[in-house]
Design a protein around this ligand. Structure first.
Ligand SMILES: Nc1ncnc2c1ncn2[C@@H]1O[C@H](COP(=O)(O)OP(=O)(O)OP(=O)(O)O)[C@@H](O)[C@H]1O
Length: 368
C-alpha cells in the first residue's frame, strides 16, 4: 500500500573526489532502504538528514516541520531534531546499566512523540531480562537491540539506521533481524535503513532508494524497483524480484514447503525458513534473475521442481551482449530471468511469448 509522502529533502554535497546531488520524497511510514554500493553516499545522506553535517543549498522537511532550508537560513541542530539514530556499532554509555541507558533516553523523549511505552519497547526488542546488566557485558546483538530500544524511547519522528547489523556475524544478524521486523510492524514512523545487503533490504524494506555515485537512480516501492529491467545493470547479481506466497501445504517426506504464488506453486526447503510457518501464512520470497531458467514446455525430466507459466514482456541485454535479462509476467507477478543471448535466440523469445520459468528450489534459501 502506498503511503503519503511525509519527507521532502534535497542535499548537495561537494567533496574533493565525491559529489552528491539527491532529491528525496519519502513516505511517512514503513522502512525505506537506502541501498547502494560502498562509497555511493548512503552514510553521507543519512548524516545530512540528521543534521550531523551541514551542506549548502540543502533542504529537509518532515511532517510539515522544517529542519533545514539553507536558502532561508534555517538549520535545526541535530539535538533539536526528533530523530533516533542507530549506528553500525551501538554507542551505549558504558558506565550505566541497560536500565540507565534507557532511562536517559526516556528523559529526553519528546512530549508529543508517538506513544511507545517502556514495557512495550522492552518486549518488542526482547530485552526485559537485561535491564540490570552493564552494557559492556552484552553480546553484539544484545547491544544493538538496546541501542534500537534507546532510539525508540526518545519518541522520534524519524528513525535512522546506518547498517545496524554490519558489525555482527551472520548468527547474530539472524538473532537481531526478527526484532527489526517486529519494530517495522509496530512502528508508526518512517525508518530510513542504510544497507548494502540485498538480503536485509528484501526482508525489511517497503520502499527503496537506489543510490549510485552520489545520485539517486530510483526511488519507490521496493518490489517495483527490484523488478525494473533498466536497473538490472546497477543491481548486478542482486537483480531479482520479490514474490509473495501463501503456505498451502508441506511435503513431510522431503522436508519441503509448498507456497501458492500468483504464477503457480513454489517449493522451498522447510529448513530454509527462518521460523516455522503454518498453512495460510504469507511469505515473501526473493527470486534472483540468475536462479531462473526458461523453457518452452514444462520440463518433467529435469531436477528443477518449480515451473511457473509466464509471458515474456521485455528484455535487456547485459554483460557486453552475452546475457539477456528477460522480464516475465507470471500471473501478475513480475519475474526476471538471466539467460544467455544465445539461449534467447534458440528459444525464439519475443514479447508475448508464453514460457515456463524454472526456479531451483535449492536456490531459494532463507527467504527472502
Ligand atoms: N568526512 C569525509 N570527508 C571526506 N570524504 C568523505 C567523508 N565521508 C565520506 N567521504 C567520502 O564520500 C564518499 C561517500 O561516502 P559514504 O560513507 O557516504 O558512502 P557509503 O555509501 O555510506 O559507503 P559504505 O557502504 O562503505 O559505508 C566516499 O568516497 C567517501 O570516501
Amino acid at each position: 500500500m502506498s503511503q503519503p509522502i511525509a519527507i521532502h529533502a534535497r542535499f548537495s554535497v561537494q567533496r574533493d573526489n565525491f559529489d552528491l546531488q539527491a532529491q528525496l520524497a519519502l513516505p511517512g511510514r514503513g522502512v525505506t532502504a537506502l541501498f547502494g554500493h560502498s562509497g555511493s553516499g548512503k552514510t553521507t545522506l543519512l548524516r545530512a538528514i540528521a543534521g550531523l553535517d551541514r551542506h549548502p543549498d540543502s533542504y529537509m522537511k518532515i511532517n510539515g516541520e522544517l529542519w533545514q532550508d539553507e536558502a532561508a537560513g534555517v538549520f535545526v541542530p541535530p539535538h533539536r531534531r526528533a530523530l533516533g539514530y542507530v549506528f553500525q556499532e551501538a554507542s551505549l554509555f558504558p558506565h550505566l546499566s541497560v536500565q540507565g541507558n534507557l532511562d536517559f533516553a526516556r528523559k529526553r523523549a519528546r512530549a508529543d512523540g508517538s506513544e511507545l511505552g517502556m514495557l512495550q519497547t522492552l518486549t518488542l526488542l526482547g530485552i526485559n531480562h537485561l535491564l540490570d546488566r552493564r552494557t559492556t557485558t552484552l553480546s553484539g546483538g544484545e547491544r544493538q537491540r538496546v541501542a534500537i530500544a534507546r532510539a525508540l524511547l526518545a519518541r522520534p519522528a524519524l528513525l535512522l539506521m546506518d547498517e545496524p547489523l554490519a558489525s555482527l556475524d551472520s548468527k547474530r544478524k539472524e538473532e537481531v533481524l526478527p526484532y527489526l521486523e517486529r519494530v517495522h510492524q509496530e512502528l508508526d514512523i518512517p525508518v530510513l535503513y542504510v544497507s548494502h545487503s540485498m538480503e536485509e533490504v528484501a526482508r525489511l524494506a517497503d520502499h527503496m532508494v537506489l543510490i549510485e555515485a552520489g545520485r539517486v537512480l530510483a526511488s519507490g516501492p521496493a518490489a517495483e524497483i527490484l523488478a525494473r529491467l533498466d536497473l538490472s545493470t546497477a543491481l548486478g547479481d542482486d537483480a531479482g524480484t520479490l514474490v509473495d506466497g501463501v503456505v498451502e501445504g508441506f511435503d513431510e517426506e522431503y522436508g519441503l514447503v509448498r507456497l501458492r504464488a500468483a504464477g503457480g506453486t513454489i517449493h522451498i526447503a522447510r529448513g530454509a525458513l527462518r521460523s516455522p510457518l503454518s498453512c495460510g501464512a504469507t511469505l515473501r520470497l526473493r527470486i534472483l534473475a540468475r536462479d531462473v531458467s526458461l523453457a518452452l514446455t514444462p520440463q518433467t525430466d529435469g531436477s528443477i521442481l518449480n515451473h511457473l507459466q509466464a509471458t515474456v514482456t521485455t528484455e535487456r541485454t547485459v554483460n557486453e551482449g552475452a546475457h539477456v535479462i528477460v522480464r516475465l509476467d507470471a500471473g501478475g507477478t513480475p519475474l526476471l530471468a538471466r539467460i544467455t543471448r544465445r539461449s534467447r535466440d534458440q528459444l525464439g523469445l519475443t514479447s508475448g511469448k508464453v514460457v515456463w520459468a524454472q526456479i531451483k528450489a535449492a536456490a531459494l534459501a532463507s527467504p527472502p
